[in-house]
Design a binder for this molecule. Structure first.
Ligand SMILES: [Zn+2]
Length: 273
């Protein structure tokens, strides 16, 4: 899970740009400016107060339909003339944004933090559009109090742990199988229990333990191949340490957490040479 900055466009900027594209619209975009601004102001205020699960008090003005707001997003931002802005939102200026939830896959969609069905006035609000991969986007549906990359920041906090699972050896022989791995959120990793709750809810909904285990299966396979040729514990640790340094990633990333777990594990020590 990573912190991100929204693009420097307001809800009203995007609405004003996209609304005239709707066919059969009679009112000019300015007619609805107050509500579009108010919905964004409410979102910012509630997020800054860490009240991410709030219900909106800003109602759709008469003359503006929920279906129009959904269409603004689907047909005119994601799928139409606004695509350039959409790409900037999800991919960032350099086109390399990773998904804000799993931080592994490339961001190729925008997840509505406040769902457009319940908060149609935020359908094209940049601060409500979270760069995410399609898998995470699909899995975060319906999670009300989840990690918000624009307001939450884990910094360097060590929030993740990894455990290895393997068949224990028989008759004094070491394990000769590649272990399975399970990731989990460290309970109470920060004093801010609400943030810990959001991280846990997002982690669980995105099924990150299983997805990361699949993602890194080849890493542990590689260690197994190399380490099983070495008999000394010191040499085995050394190859993992080399990987830790060579493929540098933040200490709280799943890759680094996995490598450190493997380096200090009984599995590596007892591995059948
Ligand atoms: Zn993702």
């Amino acid at each position: 899970m990573r912190h991100a900055e929204p693009i420097a466009l307001s809800n009203l900027d995007l609405f004003s740009r996209l609304y005239p594209r709707l066919r059969n619209t009679v009112d000019p975009a300015e007619t609805f400016a107050d509500e579009i601004r108010a919905a964004e102001a409410e979102y910012i205020e509630q997020c800054e107060r860490q009240n991410f699960g709030y219900d909106t008090r800003v109602t759709l003005p008469s003359g503006l339909l929920k279906t129009q707001m959904v269409s603004l997003y689907e047909s005119h931002l994601r799928g139409g003339s606004g695509r350039e802005v959409y790409d900037l939102i999800i991919e960032g200026e350099h086109g390399t944004n990773k998904c804000c939830y799993c931080n592994i896959r490339a961001a190729d969609t925008a997840d509505h933090y406040k769902e457009k069905a319940e908060h149609p006035l935020l359908a094209v609000c940049p601060r409500n559009l979270i760069p995410s991969c399609s898998k995470c986007n699909e899995k975060q549906k319906g999670v009300r109090e989840k990690f918000n990359p624009f307001y939450d920041d884990l910094g360097g906090a060590l929030w993740l742990r990894c455990t290895l699972e393997w068949a224990r050896h028989k008759r004094g022989m070491g394990p000769d199988t590649i272990p399975g791995m399970r990731f989990s959120v460290i309970p109470g990793f920060l004093p801010d229990t609400a943030l810990v709750g959001r991280v846990s809810a997002t982690f669980k909904a995105a099924n990150l333990s299983k997805r990361w285990a699949t993602e890194y299966a080849d890493v542990i396979g590689r260690i197994h191949r190399k380490a099983s040729k070495l008999s000394r514990q010191h040499d085995r640790k050394f190859i993992v340490d080399e990987m830790i340094q060579y493929d540098w990633q933040p200490p709280n990333s799943p890759y680094q957490v996995l490598l450190k777990t493997v380096r200090d594990s009984d599995w590596l020590r007892d591995l059948k040479g």
